[in-house]
Design a protein around this ligand. Structure first.
Ligand code: GLA
Length: 759
């Protein structure tokens, strides 16, 4: 260790290797005799060794050679593992970069120039990035350059030793003469020369995001990505590559998470020699970027993590880095208020009096914050009008926003508000004044989604307008929470302020503009809890989490669907980032009825809140809600800061269970939801994880639905006994023998158990 910093990055002069060590992983590159930057190893931690011996050069037919090896025929760009690929000169695998030089040629041949090792973690101008809290990371910058055009790439590696995480991004600098047009600018590439791999990715659609899909990589290119200008409902910018046999507790797993909220592309190719190349970066379909002399293009970063013991550990690495090194601000650590949101309670049909009565009822239940969702501004009685007009609708909020906020505060609740800054409706004052602020292609009517257009966020005047309007609302009112929504994918991308030749830059400039506005607002109002949202979870990514520590997970609040949405999300993102609410039953998205106990158990493994009309609740539900809030507050630190374990795979069972264990292993909250109850049901046995094997754990709280005895008599005696006993176990018994549940009946019954270590 040196001055608080570990020596995670080691340059071996003799071997010309640069080794990046984390607690359990080693990543290595080597500068070879031709100044190629060769990738030599990424995997389990090893002691000092030049790993270049793993690669053997051979003459492979139709794989060409660089000039300096002539007449040798065994060194080829097409076969050696690289840190960041060249292009146009004979590597026929997927490339990290594609470009057109001033003379029309498309070649770049990057050779090592220099490197530098620094303490701390690099940051990226104008883009979100993982940060170092002090003494946690070291940075390696390796410079490679094309000797003909002088195009330079600085490869950044941020090494978090304790957390087994390495962040990567690339800075492309035009040091040559004339313009270089970038056509693809990835953040990283990784060659895994040996091994057979599966890819796990997270696909979905509106109201069913981040569903887990896993398939073996084969001799082809497997691509997941988004061309929607947002990270998207359809694919999440997080991909895992793992051994075929890897499971929660076993196997080599590599994670790649893109810290970016726009279109992305993740590609994996298994080549002719069975080696796998993985490339991740900004979506290149439609992308160009004119890099003039002296200009720099910064790529967003990828968080890479390696686990030698399965997927749970990989998830823990991501949970830790997101919680501690991506999320920022007051609510990174302090408890977030339990909220009630009026969207599913009223949709657009509300006025200030209705909001006040919701607040009063909610206060009585123990809720701490009222969120006024869509419909409070402009002329917004449906989703066909009003977006862009960020002034209060006094037909609904008759007393004015300031008075409403005061009244809600006097009731004892904090006040939160919904905005969708990036959009405009045709039917709005803003659009009448500035039709040119929305994207549309010359001569065409732009495609509408939800009857709205997208504002050109790359324009400073657009951002200035939004900043002025939104900051005024936040300055003039005691608003302590903002839900920042974005309800469509980007199309018709054409910016009035860019020349024809630069229209390929619009999608990325949109994201840069968005980050600029988010940065300004979140820095000016650090006390405000921001929640990201995009038609539910279409922009659930680490880029947004840099500005808002939580994101609305999905518009689907049905707890049974939420199980698979939150299950998929948990692979990359911690519980404290997942917006989750208890909504009404029957559910508005599916019509399914579920007990309030089940809805709360699922929402508690998220940020927790309510999204229903409390005036419609039965006395019994109200009593239960009061208990839920007390319980959630009691378990808050375990749920939000603890280690999360997926105990069952929802796709394989008729029940789903998961568990969260406090960092010191002294407590654990366990959850079981039976998704398909059966007659004469077998007992469910689940092996717990993450406990202290030598510890003695007592069940000090067990919440479960009331036994629906009237439906049958078979299980009643067993249940009575189950409920009556005070149980004590050793950690090793719970983790090896497991815990057994009696036959439980009812609609989607749930059991939540709190284990307290007593010795
Ligand atoms: C999106 C959000 C919802 C709600 C509506 C309002 O769909 O995901 O939670 O805010 O917009 O229009």
């Amino acid at each position: 260790m040196r001055g608080g910093y570990f020596m995670s990055i080691i340059f071996n002069e003799k071997n010309q290797t640069i080794t990046l060590n984390t607690k359990n992983s080693t990543y290595q590159m080597k500068i070879n005799e031709h100044k190629f930057l060769v990738h030599t190893y990424y995997g389990n931690r090893i002691s000092q060794m030049d790993m270049a011996y793993l690669h053997i050069d051979h003459d492979r037919a139709c794989s060409g050679q660089p000039d300096e090896v002539f007449p040798g025929r065994i060194v080829s760009f097409n076969t050696f593992p690289q840190e960041f690929t060249s292009c146009g000169i004979g590597d026929f695998r997927i490339n990290s970069i594609a470009l057109r030089n001033e003379d029309g040629s498309n070649g770049a041949d990057f050779r090592y120039v220099s490197h530098e090792i620094k303490d701390g973690k690099y940051s990226i101008p104008n883009l979100p990035a993982v940060y170092d809290n002090g003494g946690e990371a070291q940075t390696l910058i390796v410079t490679i350059q094309d000797p003909i055009t002088n195009l330079k790439v600085e490869l950044y590696y941020g090494v978090f030793e304790e957390n087994d995480v390495i962040c990567r991004s690339a800075r492309i600098i035009n040091e040559g003469k004339g313009m270089v047009q970038l056509q693809k600018a990835s953040s990283m590439s990784l060659d895994l020369e040996y091994g057979n791999w599966d890819m796990i990715h997270f696909h979905g659609r509106h109201a069913l995001e981040r569903q887990v899909e896993r398939e073996p990589l084969s001799h082809s290119i497997k691509t997941v990505g988004s061309t929607r200008g947002t990270s998207s409902h359809q694919q999440n910018p997080f991909v895992i590559i793992c051994d075929h046999k890897a499971n929660e507790d076993y196997g080599n797993c590599y994670g790649f998470m893109f810290v970016y909220s726009g279109g992305f592309k993740a590609e994996a190719e298994v080549d002719q020699m069975n080696s796998t190349r993985f490339v991740m970066g900004i979506q290149d379909e439609g992308f160009t970027w004119d890099l003039n002399e002296g200009e720099v293009f910064e790529t967003p970063e990828v968080i890479m993590a390696y686990s030698n013991c399965g997927l749970t550990n990989l998830s823990h690495q991501y949970h830790h880095i997101i919680r501690h090194n991506v999320c920022r601000g007051k609510y990174k650590t302090s408890r977030r208020p339990i909220l009630i949101n009026n969207w599913e309670a009223t949709y657009f049909d509300f006025d200030d009096r209705k909001l006040v009565s919701i607040a009063k009822e909610a206060k009585d239940l123990g809720v701490e914050l009222l969120v006024l969702d869509d419909g409070w501004f402009g002329v917004r009685d449906s989703d066909n009008s009003g977006l862009g007009d960020w002034f209060v609708n006094e037909n609904k909020i008759k007393c004015g926003l300031s008075n409403l906020v005061k009244e809600i505060n006097e009731i004892g609740l904090k006040f939160g508000i919904w905005i969708e800054p990036e959009m405009v409706n045709e039917d709005s004052e803003l659009y009448k004044k500035h039709p040119d602020w929305a994207y549309k292609m010359p001569g065409r009517v732009a495609t509408r989604t939800r009857n709205q257009y997208v504002l050109d966020m790359s324009r400073e005047d657009v951002r200035e307008y939004l900043y002025t309007m939104i900051s005024k609302i936040l300055r003039e009112n005691n608003i302590e929470y903002v839900k920042w929504d974005m309800n469509r994918s980007l199309s018709d991308l054409y910016s009035g302020i860019l020349p024809a030749s630069r229209q390929g830059e619009v999608a990325h400039r949109y994201v840069l503009g968005l980050y600029d506005l988010m940065d300004k607002l979140t820095s000016e109002f650090p006390h405000v809890l921001f929640e990201g949202c995009s038609g539910g979870g279409a922009r659930f990514d680490a880029g947004i989490l840099y500005y808002s520590p939580q994101i609305w997970c999905s518009d689907d609040t049905d707890p049974i669907h939420r199980l698979s949405i939150q299950y998929g999300t948990s692979f990359g993102y911690p519980v404290c980032t997942m917006g989750a609410h208890v909504s009404a039953s029957p559910n508005h998205q599916t019509g399914r009825s579920t007990p309030i106990h089940t809805r709360a158990t699922v929402a508690m493994s998220g940020t927790f809140g309510y999204e229903l009309d409390p005036e419609q609740l039965s006395q019994r539900d109200k009593e239960e809600i009061r208990d839920q809030i007390v319980q959630f507050k009691k378990y808050y630190h375990v749920i939000q800061d603890g280690k999360y374990y997926r105990l069952t795979d929802i796709h394989e069972n008729w029940y789903e269970s998961w568990q969260i264990v406090s960092a010191d292993q002294s407590e654990s909250v366990f959850n079981l939801v039976v998704t398909n109850v059966m007659p004469n049901q077998p007992c469910i046995n689940i092996k717990l994880k993450g406990l202290d094997p030598e510890g003695i754990y007592e069940i000090d709280q067990k919440t479960m639905p009331e036994w629906p005895g009237k439906f049958g008599i078979f299980g009643a005696e067993a249940i009575d006994r189950y409920c009556g006993e005070k149980e004590v176990f050793t950690g090793s018994a719970l983790m090896n023998g497991g815990y057994t549940f009696p036959w439980i009946m009812g609609d989607y019954p749930t059991i939540q158990i709190h284990f307290q270590k007593i010795k």
